[in-house]
Design a protein around this ligand. Structure first.
Ligand SMILES: Cc1cc2nc3c(=O)[nH]c(=O)nc-3n(C[C@H](O)[C@H](O)[C@H](O)COP(=O)(O)O)c2cc1C
Length: 206
């Protein structure tokens, strides 16, 4: 910053003056360029297990092990988590694009039939309050610690009570540029199939 310059006056100019109404689409566009793992947030409210597709998921701390999710305050999942005081963050597998579509449809039926829950024996000791969809790559079972409302969303912080890893180790589903894409490793394979040879790939540093 030049000596004597007013900080508030300099910053909007540097960011291309995307202030006011323009900041909303510009911010959305920025985040569309951030590749993000696609998760399914699941919760059991009473007897009903339900889910919601989410990419606003973040590790928070290892001391204590914790994670946060950002949930729209209007989404039914937000109310269900507040009532249950628990939730599951599952990483969807690469072949679960249909699941992601199903559980992101506003107003759609988000109930998960019990038959679609995982019957992986390693989950046997896990309580019914932590519903895990069959075929996910992994899951964190979280106990809700607190929720902070900001704008349209709630930041919900969960303490990790159990961790599930699918031993089949499927690749995660990734969202980038408003569509579902393969992981970087698989992009390498796709490019090879499109005619790029291995030396081109290694020239890219992979
Ligand atoms: C790829 C993708 C990621 C999403 N991530 C989030 C998220 O992190 N938080 C959120 O509140 N909604 C997110 N949504 C939207 C919700 O999935 C959607 O609004 C929700 O399922 C609507 O639930 P409702 O019918 O109970 O309102 C995402 C949608 C898509 C397609």
């Amino acid at each position: 910053m030049p000596p004597g310059a007013d900080r508030a006056a300099v910053i909007p100019e540097r960011v291309g003056a995307v202030t006011g109404a323009a900041a909303r689409p510009a911010t959305r566009d920025f985040f569309s360029r951030c590749a993000a793992t696609v998760n399914l947030i699941t919760v059991r409210d009473g007897n009903v297990a339900s889910g919601m597709t989410a990419t606003s998921v973040c590790s928070l701390s290892l001391d204590p092990p914790s994670a946060l999710i950002c949930v729209n305050r209007e989404a039914r999942t937000r109310a269900a988590i507040a009532a249950a005081e628990s939730f599951v963050i599952s990483v969807l597998s690469q072949d679960q694009e249909e699941v992601a579509n199903l559980f992101s449809r506003p107003g759609g039926n988000k109930t998960i039939p019990e038959t679609l829950l995982s019957d992986d024996p390693v989950l046997d000791g896990i309580g019914p309050e932590f519903p895990v969809l069959d075929g996910v790559a992994g899951a964190l079972m979280c106990r809700l610690q607190c929720a902070v409302d900001f704008g349209s969303h709630s930041i919900m912080i969960g303490l990790v009570e159990a961790v599930y890893k699918n031993e089949a180790d499927p690749q995660p589903l990734v969202y980038h540029d408003r569509r579902y894409v393969s992981t970087v490793a698989n992009l390498g394979i796709a490019w090879l199939q499109d005619g790029l040879d291995a030396s081109s790939i290694s020239a890219l540093g992979w």
